[in-house]
Design a protein around this ligand. Structure first.
Ligand code: ATP
Length: 334
């Protein structure tokens, strides 16, 4: 039986890395029925800046999605479609495995860090208003419910994957109520997992630890704003995958944005979306296929002949994709 999966190719380099990922999954023989749909409402209407309701319905129906990046205006403009999608589907846990790839230069070796980021609240609630001209207020929302479920998600993940330590990242010395509530919820949940060591680190100390000893970090759980970290530790945005998980469905997407500077040039590195797709295959119970593709990706990086420019290689998207398919031992269909 084919797995029904919603595919939102996204914008900028999104469609290029989505095509590459799809080719590799198909070459590995994974049986997926893709439902391809735009994440953004029709550009020609005034809804162009909004999330496409049909995409939300499709993910709800299929319960699994693979998604490319969608652009967000830096200041002003409409709220982020990426954030709106995660919120509408209540994908509260953002999981980012950050791990070295062979041959990719980075400041640290042996990084194997799991970042668990709360996805639905904090300053990302987007509740801002101008109090009087020249004064703006932005609301940080932290609830016990969301803090408890993200802590439970992190501890469950750690238990399933044999991880030993979880660091809760906070700024409760200053934000005593909001970050205090996160910590309180974390401590309560930690009591139910006696084999996992709960630690608490202030966000600035955590940043320092990432710069000095990133390879000492195991699992990190944190609020939305503090969680946008760590991709640079292992060779940049082109190689870090992520999963957004809720109780009913899951959406897998790269950490990077639309990279307009290299879009449509065939230069994008599809590794981040491909590794996100491997997280998806594990989620779908396709473990053997995920391991086979991972081995092919690692071989391609170890050989180092067909890696892309962002990781100091010379290959383009298609050459990298073909090399991974080659490493699977599959025929290359162009
Ligand atoms: P957005 O506005 O959508 O966030 P951005 O360009 O500001 O886009 P990113 O897309 O995250 O932010 O990327 C920053 C830079 O990292 C890009 O300009 C690009 O050079 C590089 N980059 C990101 N992802 C990739 C990738 N998959 N392959 C190669 N380079 C990448």
């Amino acid at each position: 039986m084919k797995h029904p999966v919603t595919l939102i190719p996204g914008e900028g380099i999104g469609p290029e890395v989505a095509t590459a990922t799809r080719r590799i999954l198909e070459a590995a023989g994974v049986q997926i029925e893709w439902e391809v749909i735009s994440g953004r409402a029709d550009e020609s209407t005034d809804q162009g800046q909004r999330v496409n309701q049909a995409a939300i319905d499709s993910v709800r129906r299929n319960r699994v999605a693979l998604k490319g990046p969608m652009a967000t205006a830096i200041a002003g403009g409409a709220p982020s479609v990426n954030v709106a999608l995660r919120k509408s589907l209540d994908l509260y846990a953002n999981l980012r495995p950050v791990k070295n790839l062979p041959g990719v230069k980075s400041h640290f070796e042996d990084v194997d860090l799991i970042l668990v980021r709360e996805n639905t609240e904090d300053l990302y609630s987007g509740l801002e208003h101008e109090v009087v001209p020249g004064v703006v207020e932005s609301l940080k929302i932290i609830t016990e419910r969301a803090s408890t479920r993200i802590a439970r998600f992190a501890f469950d993940y750690a238990r399933r994957h044999g991880r030993k330590k979880i660091h809760a990242i906070h700024k409760a010395n200053i934000m005593k109520l909001s970050d205090g509530l996160l910590l309180e919820s974390f401590r309560k949940i930690a009591l139910r997992y006696p084999r996992i060591d709960p630690m608490e680190v202030i966000v600035d100390a955590c940043a320092m630890q990432m710069v000095k000893n990133a390879n000492k970090l195991d699992v990190i759980v944190t609020e939305n704003l503090y969680g946008d970290l760590a991709a640079g530790l292992v060779g940049g945005l082109g190689v870090v995958p992520s999963a957004n998980v809720g109780d009913d469905c899951a959406m897998f997407e790269a950490v990077h944005g639309t990279a307009p500077d290299i879009a449509s040039k065939g230069l994008a590195n599809p590794t981040a979306l491909l590794l996100s797709a491997l997280l998806m295959l594990h989620h779908l119970g396709e473990r053997a296929a995920a391991e086979k593709i991972e081995a092919a990706v690692l071989k391609t990086y170890r050989d180092g002949i067909y890696t892309t420019k962002d990781v100091s290689g010379k290959a383009n998207t298609e050459q990298f994709t073909n090399a991974v398919i080659d490493a699977l031992g599959a025929p290359i269909a162009r």
